[in-house]
Design a protein around this ligand. Structure first.
Ligand SMILES: Nc1ncnc2c1ncn2[C@@H]1O[C@H](COP(=O)(O)OP(=O)(O)OP(=O)(O)O)[C@@H](O)[C@H]1O
Length: 599
């Protein structure tokens, strides 16, 4: 009993003794008030008295005064709140250690609710992140697929500063760890890989793991960005770091004192930032004139904010993961580690088959067909192409008796023709009856869907010509596309790139946009040879290989809006590749057939 008395006295005494420190370090008042009120230590009037007091230090003084007036148990509980809600009272955790705080039996059984804005915001971020990342987007509005039902590990190779192999990794939960770090001062984990190899999906998986607290990290904030978004800001448009983080992720609720943002600035090491598709804005960054130092408080051009974040001038110490197509390099001094994605290994491919096909019969059929065609098997090591092939197989096999995956010489053009056929046949033919399947006839499906296909193709080409991966509702309506056409799956809505009130859409993958653009060029009867080959000319104008510094050592005077359409001309190169494919001998009959109906 004597010992308990002594402990009780010491709590009250502790508050008196450390009053000054508490006044200077206690920031989150609301959480204290909420809990003291909920447990009956404070009444409504006490809360009002504190709230009426101006300035935060005075509010803390008032709380301490009231708590101490109410006696030992209240003081005990007051310290217990600080102990329990450690995120919000991070500054006082060393103090708790110093006084060797141990909750007494009495308070240890009491409830503490975390109503601190920072903790609430972290929870909101995790919830939203989980919602945003649980489904694979490219499956369009029609058939959403859960990420966890289809995500398959891919081959990840770590490289050093000279691009020599440092070994392979096959799981993601320790992705942010020290394995493969060649420059401890660098802050960027650079994920590289070819089109469709799974860079965006890897980020999505990381985000999803974090939202479920399954990613090994102590970061409590995670902000995701698509680099494409930075290209839609007008040059004169200014945005603050606070708005950039919150507007494109989520805003904190009930944070009148801006505690969340202040916390982020004070503890950047608690922040993870991901930037997807750096290649898409590389040239914009390349051309921006040397940025001035950007203050976290001021508004600035969005690209300057991005550069400042990447270079560590803003939120220094935060963890950054950036994805880019192979070939777009950054200076090693900003890179912490490099990971290159190599796609599916044969084992991954088997796992992916099992996840993709529920029926054993289909699994076996696809495996046999893949084994019979090493060429197709090779293409399927790229997850995007594998997805298209499997999706086409599922769709066309259930509808047509005579559908088989092509055995020999399958090209990328064949793969995208298959995908288009799947999209077109969704609306064209009725669902298959169990007894009677129709005969598979590609040219008939294309002919029947020629109107929407041409409209999508023209939209893709117009986008490519003006250097945009996005299109708005007006452009869609002008192209004659109906709501039913939109449901086919070629386009999907984009939530984080909305310009103004109008909804924005993008093709489910940039390679599909390149394919459709090539389709439009081939179908255009009036196009001259030079206009059809326009992109060949552009691509032959060789760009100097630049090693991106994240721009600040580039002193070009060219302004961002005067830029050339695309960061790298890879999208045009894809269009050229598809153009060659569509003009090749094996496609003469299909394209000739369609051209007849176009004219
Ligand atoms: N690990 C994976 N598991 C299952 N499916 C995957 C995986 N990676 C990619 N895919 C499939 O491939 C599609 C394309 O992948 P993703 O968009 O991530 O490629 P990318 O490398 O970011 O391409 P780009 O450079 O063109 O942006 C995904 O929508 C998904 O269907």
């Amino acid at each position: 009993m004597g010992q308990i008395e002594e402990a009780k006295v010491s709590c009250l005494h502790t508050l008196t003794q450390h009053r000054e420190l508490l006044v200077s370090r206690l920031k989150s008042i609301q959480c204290l008030l909420d809990n003291l009120l909920a447990c009956g230590f404070f009444c409504e009037e006490d809360v009002e008295i504190v709230q009426r007091t101006v300035t935060k230090p005075n509010q803390v003084r008032k709380i301490l005064e009231l708590v101490q007036c109410k006696g030992e148990e209240t003081c005990d509980y007051f310290i217990f709140i600080i102990f329990q809600v450690c995120d919000a009272y991070i500054d006082l955790q060393p103090w708790l250690k110093e006084i060797a705080y141990r909750p007494s039996k009495n308070v240890a059984e009491m409830k503490v609710i975390n109503t601190d804005p920072i903790s609430r915001y972290c929870e909101k971020l995790r919830d939203e992140m989980s919602r945003d990342t649980s489904f694979i987007m490219s499956y369009g509005q029609q058939d959403e697929t859960r990420l966890e039902d289809l995500y398959t590990d891919t081959v990840m190779e770590m490289l050093n500063d000279c691009n020599e192999s440092l070994g392979f990794k096959d799981t993601l939960n320790q992705f942010l760890g020290n394995d493969g770090v060649f420059n401890p001062q660098g802050e960027i984990i650079c994920v590289m890989g070819d089109a469709g190899v799974g860079k965006s999906i890897l980020l999505q998986k990381l985000q999803n793991l974090w939202s479920k607290k399954e990613l090994q990290t102590d970061a409590i904030f995670f902000f995701k960005f698509r680099c494409r978004m930075f290209s839609i800001f007008k040059e004169e448009e200014q945005i603050s770091l606070r708005d950039l983080l919150f507007k494109y992720n989520c805003y904190p609720d009930h944070d009148p004192d801006n505690e969340v943002f202040d916390y982020i600035l004070r503890f950047p090491e608690k922040v993870i930032l991901t930037f997807d598709g750096y290649d898409e804005i590389q040239e914009l960054i390349d051309q921006i004139s040397v940025p001035e130092m950007v203050s976290p408080e001021d508004k600035a051009n969005s690209l300057q904010l991005l550069i400042s974040l990447l270079s560590g001038k803003l939120l220094k110490g935060s963890k950054k993961v950036l994805t880019t197509r192979t070939g777009v390099e950054m200076q090693n001094r900003v890179i912490r580690k490099k990971v290159i994605l190599r796609g599916f290994s044969p084992d991954h491919q088997k796992k992916y088959i099992n996840l993709h096909f529920k029926e054993q019969e289909h699994r076996e059929l696809v495996s046999v067909q893949l084994d019979a065609s090493p060429h197709l098997c090779g293409l399927c090591s790229t997850p995007l192409f594998c997805w298209i092939v499997f999706k086409s197989f599922s769709h066309l096999h259930t509808r047509h008796d005579n559908f088989h995956l092509p055995k020999t010489c399958i090209t990328l053009t064949d793969i995208f023709l298959l995908l288009s056929e799947v999209f077109l046949s969704r609306s064209a033919s009725p669902a298959p009856s169990l007894l009677k399947k129709s005969i598979h006839c590609t040219s008939e499906t294309f002919r029947a869907g020629l109107r929407p296909l041409s409209a999508f193709a023209n939209l893709a080409l117009q986008g490519l010509k003006r250097g945009s991966f996005l299109c708005n509702q007006m452009e869609i309506s002008e192209s004659g596309l109906t709501e039913e056409d939109m449901a086919m799956g070629f386009l999907r809505p984009v939530s984080d790139c909305n310009a103004g009130d109008s909804a924005t859409f993008e093709f489910i993958h940039t390679t599909l946009q390149s394919f459709l653009a090539a389709f439009a060029l081939v179908l255009d009867e009036e196009a001259t040879a030079s206009s059809i080959l326009k992109f060949f000319t552009e691509c032959s104008r060789k760009r100097e290989q630049c090693c991106l510094p994240v721009a600040w050592c580039v002193t070009s005077s060219v302004k961002p809006t005067e830029n050339k359409p695309f960061a790298s001309n890879e999208h045009l190169q894809f269009t050229n590749l598809f153009l060659s494919g569509l003009l090749s001998k094996s496609k003469t009959s299909l394209m000739g057939h369609l051209s007849c109906f176009c004219s």
